[in-house]
Design a binder for this molecule. Structure first.
Ligand code: 5GP
Ligand code: ZN
Length: 115
């Protein structure tokens, strides 16, 4: 746990978030500024800066995150219509929180390619 990390503080229960689902390795909660009708963030409970670091250090945790994202899509009722998983990695990709996370986006027709 990094003291100055926003998502570590959410994982530690210090900062509230609207939880949607949880697993042994990961948490899913609603994004505070939703970009789509369904916008949920899936984070590992432990701190890594981005998903590439998770994949290198703890591949099973990344698998757990993707499974949890699929569960979120199920419980949100969007699995049939479809959803998008996004992992912004680095400043040019607009990563703003440097604790690994997947965005689960759904509930409207999503444009492609993204901006
Ligand atoms: P990034 O830009 O790093 O890919 O995504 C970070 C996301 O975290 C953004 O979509 C932003 O809206 C969300 N976010 C930032 N602060 C908070 C917060 O305090 N609570 C929640 N639930 N989401 C947050
Ligand atoms: Zn963290």
């Amino acid at each position: 746990m990094a003291d100055d990390c926003l998502f570590c503080r959410i994982a530690g229960g210090e900062i509230p978030a609207e939880m949607v689902a949880t697993s042994d390795e990961a948490l899913a909660f609603r994004d505070i500024t939703p970009a789509a009708p369904t916008h949920v963030l899936v984070i590992p409970r432990a701190h890594w800066a981005n998903v590439a670091e998770v994949a290198a250090a703890a591949p099973q945790t990344l698998v757990d995150m993707v499974r949890l994202a699929a569960e979120v899509a199920d419980v949100e009722g969007v699995a049939g219509d479809g959803y998008r998983l996004v992992a912004n990695t680095g400043p040019s990709a607009h990563q703003t929180v440097f604790h690994a996370h997947l965005h689960v986006l759904a509930g409207r027709s999503l444009t492609w390619p993204p901006g």
